[in-house]
Ligand binder design. Structure first.
Ligand code: PAF
Length: 279
């Protein structure tokens, strides 16, 4: 596996690959890789000739009181995992290369960034959109692969690509879960044993809402109430929001229908987790 740190070197390398007619698949990550990331890489391998994975913990998407410093980093372990999957190129730029002194440009996807996670994490989605566009400009992929777990992020990236005419096919793949349903996340590492048990309430409550929907319930208010009730039985987990939304506009719906997304965020101690389902 080739490892590239330098931006210009990465750009030259992919330009050559594209010139040779290779389809470039790209999986951007912040490292601390789990099975969810590896499944994105497997898909990328199946759908492209050359797979690039980036590892970059992006300071622009963390608020001043968030976990940028503590965010798990394991370059050695991650490199081994990526090589094992059979990724072709690993791109690991430095913070000073991505945001050199005097850096001024940010991408704002209006409205879509202000709701849901955007409320609790102002600036987060602006940081995500900015770094993703920068990485697209460096890696020049034909296709980029993201997990459904970060649902709002995927909506914003798709909208940015559409609005800015980026020539990248954004592919969103299903959330990979632990056996008990907890969505895989690098932040699951923060959970103590008791917290880890309680964390299943995110998925349990979503599944209960899905069950009701499948039985014919359409009222968003009732589905939301069901979720809130299940969270009350797990008082160590603080529900931050439940959003029952149109999957493109992120507008709250009154009546759920097939394709409606139920997304939520919750805090367990210092750890903030998110999850969602598509009805
Ligand atoms: O989903 C993530 O890990 C990050 O938000 C991403 C897309 C790599 C941008 O930093």
């Amino acid at each position: 596996m080739k490892i590239i740190e330098d931006i210009i070197e990465m750009q030259r390398y992919v330009t050559q690959l594209r010139w040779e007619g290779k389809i470039i698949g790209f999986v951007p990550t912040m490292g601390a890789l789990h099975k969810g990331h590896l499944s994105l890489m497997e898909h990328a391998k199946n759908e492209s000739d050359h797979v690039v994975v980036s590892i970059f913990v992006n300071p622009a998407q963390f608020g001043p009181k968030e976990d940028y410093k503590e965010y798990p980093r394991d370059m050695e372990g991650d490199t081994e995992k990526i090589a094992y999957v059979g990724v072709d190129t690993l791109f690991t730029p430095s913070v000073s290369a991505i945001y050199p002194e005097g850096y001024r440009t940010y991408i704002e996807v209006k409205d879509l960034s202000d709701v849901m996670c955007g409320r609790a994490r102002p600036g987060h989605l602006r940081g995500v959109a900015t770094v993703v566009l920068k990485l697209f400009n460096i890696v020049k992929p034909h296709k980029a692969f993201f997990g459904q777990k970060d649902f709002q992020q995927t909506v914003i990236i798709k909208k940015m690509v559409e609005d800015l005419n980026s020539d990248v096919d954004v592919v969103v793949l299903p959330t990979v879960r632990e056996e008990d349903g907890l969505a895989m996340s690098s932040r699951n590492q923060y959970l103590g044993p008791e917290e880890r048990k309680s964390a299943t309430v995110l998925y349990r409550s979503l599944e209960e809402a899905r069950l009701l929907f499948n039985k014919g319930e359409r009222s968003a208010e009732l589905l939301r109430y069901t979720i809130i009730k299940i969270f009350k039985s797990e008082p160590s987990v603080l529900l931050e929001y439940v959003a029952i939304v149109n999957p493109k506009t992120l507008e709250e719906v009154k009546e759920a229908e097939e394709g409606t997304v139920i997304a939520l965020a919750a805090r367990i101690g210092k750890t903030r987790l998110i999850d969602n389902i598509v009805l």
